[in-house]
Design a protein around this ligand. Sequence first.
Ligand SMILES: [Zn+2]
Length: 79
Amino acid sequence: MSDSAGTVSDMQERYNPFTGKRIVDGLDDPVPAAAALGLEPPRYCEQCGRRMIVQVSPDGWWAECSRHGVLESAHLERR
Ligand SMILES: [Zn+2]
């Protein structure tokens, strides 16, 4: 375990919603172009990395994590 960089932080973990991979600070995690535009629904929960139930509708999409609830494309567009 000598090659891990310093301390393990207890900060909130985040996951790439498209790949389900853990997001590490300082490492670029490529997001597909369509996904960056909000056209593609996420498949994994950003907060826990679980696979979500994804439903695409004419208005957009929603995705549901069994722990963190529903994420809707409409919310993201309203930022
Ligand atoms: Zn979750």
